[in-house]
Design a protein around this ligand. Sequence first.
Ligand SMILES: *Cc1c(COP(=O)(O)O)cnc(C)c1O
Length: 390
Amino acid sequence: MKKKTLVNHPPKVHVPGDNRPLVDPIYQSVKFTFDEVGETQRYWRRERDGFYYSRSSNPTLTQLERVLAELQGREDCLVTGSGIAAFSIAMLALLKAGDHMVFFTEMYQPSRVLIQRILRRFGVSSTMLSVEDHSGLERALREKPTRLLAFESPTNPAVKIADLQRITAIARQNDVLTVIDNTLAGVHNHGQFDVDVFVHSLTKYAAGHGDVLGGAIIGSHELIRAMRADATLLGPALDPHAAFLILRGLKTYVVRWQAQCSNAQRIAEFLQSHPAVERVSYPGLPGDPGHALAVAQMDGFGAVVTFDLRAGTEAGSRFADALELFAITASLGSTDSLVVAPAMQAPRGLTEQQRAWSAIGPGTVRLSIGLEDADDLIADLAQALQKAEA
Ligand SMILES: *Cc1c(COP(=O)(O)O)cnc(C)c1O
């Protein structure tokens, strides 16, 4: 064999079946081959297992999908290249032209815009309500045949808690599919509720280290099989190396979640007692409107603490600029702490009523609490609040 051929057909290393690597390898391969055309055709006819092309499946992705399905307490999972891809694939696979869907103003803004702009372009009509408006939801589903209800809990950024029992019961009575973007609750929460499809941005708590994008759709075999077929054509595949990083992140998921929740609780309590702060939204605070529901529904209240500065938008920018330990940027659930200033999240394209529902005011700051020492974070917040007032 000439060297030019050799480098393209290197010798294979055989790892004996009883000699497993403790950390599974990354299957960084786009293609999988069978020795014969006949076996390839048998695979296509689903007469044998295996892999063929990583846009539809890959062992590293399958491994991630299995652990996520189990964490969420459902049969199957499809991973995608980002959280928003998971949401858009779920919507595109479950809806068709002429369908009507219901969603809530409090939702992650890009998901809302996707519904209002792209799904509308494809003939899907929608009704937007507040996640707290149960009678409005009952009325909307009664008045108009509806295919799907999309919601979040906790909502991003206002961390409102949806009443999962109530909302899923209303949807079931009206034969409406439910899709929850469960990102802010993490991959271990809410499996006990009658939700059809869970969507996650794995970029957040699951991966946890801020170095990789990913998403997941989790549900029954039947629903996920249909979505996998559509996703193979739409092409949102997660890269195997990214899947490996997410699998590695998951190993510390539970301890990170617990430590970040406990840091967030202390920070919420500190902010609540501070005179510059008008209101703190954190479901772990006993006075929070979502507290009782969150206690009943969730294991841990999450790392997102949202609060309103009395002094408004400009003070919010001064506050964020003065912080030393919080990075001014998007995203949440990372090991490092992050801040979104009021000037960075004014809701677009909402009526005054909808703005009120969104609970994003002129002084609304969103924090994502990391794994730093809570005393250091509180000292940093205290000095920045002082500078914001000056
Ligand atoms: C971040 C986020 C997304 C989008 O996830 P990406 O991985 O950034 O694409 C979707 N929904 C919620 C609730 C999020 O917080």
